[in-house]
Design a protein around this ligand. Structure first.
Ligand SMILES: *Cc1c(COP(=O)(O)O)cnc(C)c1O
Length: 450
């Protein structure tokens, strides 16, 4: 059977990131301060370098990738794209399935695409230390790697449930020289306030963000780095979709539908937004963000101003949110346990330009195992969400006889998630019910602005 691996050479690594703001029908909603008024860029200068703040609010279509960043990208970029012939055959579908594999980076996911860029700009601004949060450990390990590349110290607040479920991600971060703490910690006011109310709190991305932001704001030599959610992170991730477009050109094909897992939105935006430029120009392509049904931000959240962290320290972003103090169930796709979503992803969803689907946990592992047996690669639990949605669409094509071209972003490998696969094989994985009451309560606490 034909194995189609679609490769680009190093000279085809994009020279510019793509900024979707240039092709959006409406300007992005402003970021608000605690007083409900739009903030000025320098309000963020305590925790981010001005270069990244500039990218956060930019409306320019193309932003040049610094040469040093492109050089490091060469370690694993361009990433391969595959035609999933064996999966198509296993499903008996007339659909064509393609996926782009971001697990070839040293950290095993798409996240170094932004970690390297963020470390570069912080180094350039004279910063010595970066602090961050991590869920499953994918972002923390990526920033630890990036810190090493640029000689920056890295401290990571790791969500406690993941710290316990994924001990080897912590070992990876330590191998790359980072300090790692299980969040909530008693080292910050934010962590202490959570532990006072609930000493066994399993942590969440929102809490870990509060801890990291608090530390960064209190030290001049230290900045904060975020692994998703913000516009500049999505911008850096557009290397995925830009390469994918060239890869589709090489084989003379084009996707009808694109699927990507959606936590904070960066790998979805990174893979899908470059295609949105074509959609804005009249091309018919559907972009589908896939989220867990236990943390259904786009599909069940409110479109409202909310904090990016749990405690309420960040500026207010207009986004789909489940409420900043919503505590998502402890699912194994730790990278998707976030109460909000990127503001551009949220606005485009609100305007009906992109779509979203929610899928339950057990079905995602079932899809991941089917994919691994057909294609060989063991996907990260987050990636399994996109695979589930793509397989479901391929099965619908089988029923209807339609030969659609489907594409998904295989955002990372699952080599550090085998304990989660073990639970699946032992029949111990849960499908959490939609946490209706918890979400209703959290939505009652939305800040009253906007
Ligand atoms: C972090 C992560 C995600 C979620 O990414 P977002 O960009 O926050 O939506 C998906 N897949 C993998 C492998 C991840 O590490």
């Amino acid at each position: 059977m034909a194995q189609t691996k679609i490769l680009l050479d190093e000279s085809e690594i994009p020279t510019h990131w793509y900024n979707v703001v240039a092709d959006m029908p409406n300007p992005p909603a402003p970021v608000l301060g605690p007083d409900g008024k739009p903030i000025t860029p320098d309000a963020l200068a305590a925790i981010f370098p001005m270069s990244l703040i500039g990218q956060e609010v930019s409306a320019e279509r193309w932003i040049e990738i610094p040469e040093q960043v492109r050089e490091i990208y060469q370690m694993w970029r361009p990433s391969p794209m595959f035609r999933a012939h064996r999966l198509e055959q296993a499903l008996g579908t007339p659909a064509k399935i393609y996926y782009k594999y971001e697990g070839v980076s040293p950290a095993g996911s798409h996240k170094p695409n932004s970690a390297i860029a963020q470390a570069y700009y912080n180094k350039e601004a004279g910063i010595k230390r970066l602090v961050t949060e991590t869920g499953a450990g994918q972002w923390g390990s990526s920033l630890a790697l990036a810190g090493q590349m640029f000689g920056l110290q890295v401290r990571v607040y790791m969500v406690k449930v993941s710290y316990e479920q994924k001990p080897f991600r912590r070992s990876m971060m330590q191998t790359w020289g980072a300090e790692v703490f299980a969040s909530p910690t008693n080292m910050t006011n934010a962590g202490r306030s959570v532990l006072e109310k609930d000493p066994t709190n399993p942590g969440s991305l929102g809490i870990a963000i509060s801890e990291a932001v608090e530390e960064a704001a209190s030290r001049a030599d230290t900045n904060y780095a975020l692994g998703s959610v913000l516009n500049h992170v999505i911008l850096h991730q557009t290397v995925i979709g830009l390469e994918a477009k060239k890869q589709f050109e090489k084989v003379g094909d084009y996707p009808d539908m694109i699927f990507a897992p959606c936590g904070g939105g960066s790998n979805f935006g990174g893979a899908a937004f470059p295609f949105l430029a074509d959609k804005a120009a009249g091309k018919n392509v559907r972009l589908v963000a896939v989220e867990p049904s236990s943390c259904p931000t786009l599909t069940r959240g409110h479109y409202a101003y909310d904090f990016g962290d749990s405690i309420g320290m960040t500026p207010l972003l207009k986004m789909y949110t489940l409420g900043h103090d919503f505590m998502p169930p402890s699912i194994h796709a730790g990278g998707l346990r976030y109460h909000g979503d990127n503001a551009l992803v949220s606005q485009l969803y609100h305007e009906g330009i992109i779509e979203a689907l929610a899928v339950p946990q057990v079905a995602t592992f079932e899809a991941g195992v089917q994919f691994a047996r057909a294609e060989g690669i063991i996907p990260a639990p987050e990636s399994c969400h996109a695979i589930r949605a793509c397989i479901d669409e391929a099965l619908q094509c089988k029923a209807s006889g339609e030969a659609k071209t489907l594409f998904f972003n295989l955002s990372g490998h699952g080599h550090f998630d085998m304990a989660s696969y073990d639970k699946y094989f032992a029949g111990e994985l849960e499908d959490y019910a939609y946490p209706e009451e918890a979400i209703r309560q959290a939505l009652d606490h939305l800040p009253k602005v906007g």
